[in-house]
Design a protein around this ligand. Sequence first.
Ligand SMILES: Cc1cc2nc3c(=O)[nH]c(=O)nc-3n(C[C@H](O)[C@H](O)[C@H](O)COP(=O)(O)OP(=O)(O)OC[C@H]3O[C@@H](n4cnc5c(N)ncnc54)[C@H](O)[C@@H]3O)c2cc1C
Length: 373
Amino acid sequence: MRADVVIIGGGIIGLACAYELVRRDVDVIVAERNARVGREASWASLGLLRQRVTSDDAYGRIAQYSADAYPDLAASVHEDSGIDPEYRRRGGLEVAVTDEKLASLGRFATFHGSRGLAVEWLEPRDIRACEPALSEACLGAILYADDAYVRPPRMLRALEAAIVARGGRVVKGFAASRIVRGRGVAVESEGDTLYARAVVIAAGAWSELLGRGSGLFLPVRPVRGQALMYDAPAEMLRRACGVEKTYVAQRDDGVLLVGSTREDVGFDSGTSAEGIADLKRRAAIACPALGEMAPARAWAGLRPAPARRFPYIGEVESNVWVATGHHRYGYMLAPGTARVVADGITADETPIPLDDFHPERDRARVEGDQSGS
Ligand SMILES: Cc1cc2nc3c(=O)[nH]c(=O)nc-3n(C[C@H](O)[C@H](O)[C@H](O)COP(=O)(O)OP(=O)(O)OC[C@H]3O[C@@H](n4cnc5c(N)ncnc54)[C@H](O)[C@@H]3O)c2cc1C
């Protein structure tokens, strides 16, 4: 099979890139090794869109660009697919239950306000008025009016259907093993080869393995995140709330999500008794009523973590693009990533310079770590 662009990996990043390209009438194939797209980190995600990166660098710019692009992306995939990804901008809270966190939240409120985010400081009585299910031990909180979320499984299904509706192809059960560069690009799997003018590596936590097999430096490692789901009473929480690094968020259908752990356990994507117990304890600190309930389900996924903070986005060799390493912010950064990749491939220029997202920027650090220095 042949296409203009082959995208390796059908997670939120690969699908968002594919959708942005088919919207520009580019002939795209998404190659996914699993029998279904979006069953790895992107399926495990809570789907929270918390714009907290306001730095004056390329990361800050792509975060803002993504936040601005979300309403259009959500409306467009909904229209093309008939599936509502449940993009909701209901605002979110960051809550302190310790004095240390209270002090840091105070600094964040000032800093984020000065950077143009819509922030409001809440005293304990305001928090209870806003979100009565949160713990009475809350000492203070920031209300971020523009925080939003999507429902990941729906977003993924909607994107896949929207890509197909616009003429894109999704090939499942295709485990890319090597990328061969010539005049164009050939993506090989054990039994098949896909040919294209350009390729985008969006293979999440497995990107490093694919890069290594193809002579590309792409230092992404897996970081496991576990999460819980509770069948909570309807409208227990209106906004997504971050309480001391634990996030609790309730969907339209009442399901309440709690996440997540951060663990270096290689490619083990299973849940663990310790991880679940830790999340249950943290859930009860955030919302005491959850301490009386048993979670209905637990799951885990492997976040693709880059060597430093910046994800890897851009053309690393002629016609070989990467879009990976989004770690804890893949949903938040998906629309911006997709737009810059699509701009770069179709127009040869991007609205945000991509130099800072190049994996080579991390080579010295990675090689230093490996040599133990
Ligand atoms: C518990 C948890 C909660 C999270 N919550 C949030 C949140 O609230 N907000 C947020 O923004 N982010 C969140 N994240 C992070 C977010 O989920 C990730 O950053 C994002 O899903 C990464 O997307 P991806 O497409 O790069 O990777 P994946 O979703 O892992 O997709 C990669 C795809 O590539 C495929 N693949 C791999 N190798 C090959 C190959 N050789 N050939 C073909 N296909 C291949 C895989 O099968 C997979 O489908 C969370 C993550 C976890 C685990």
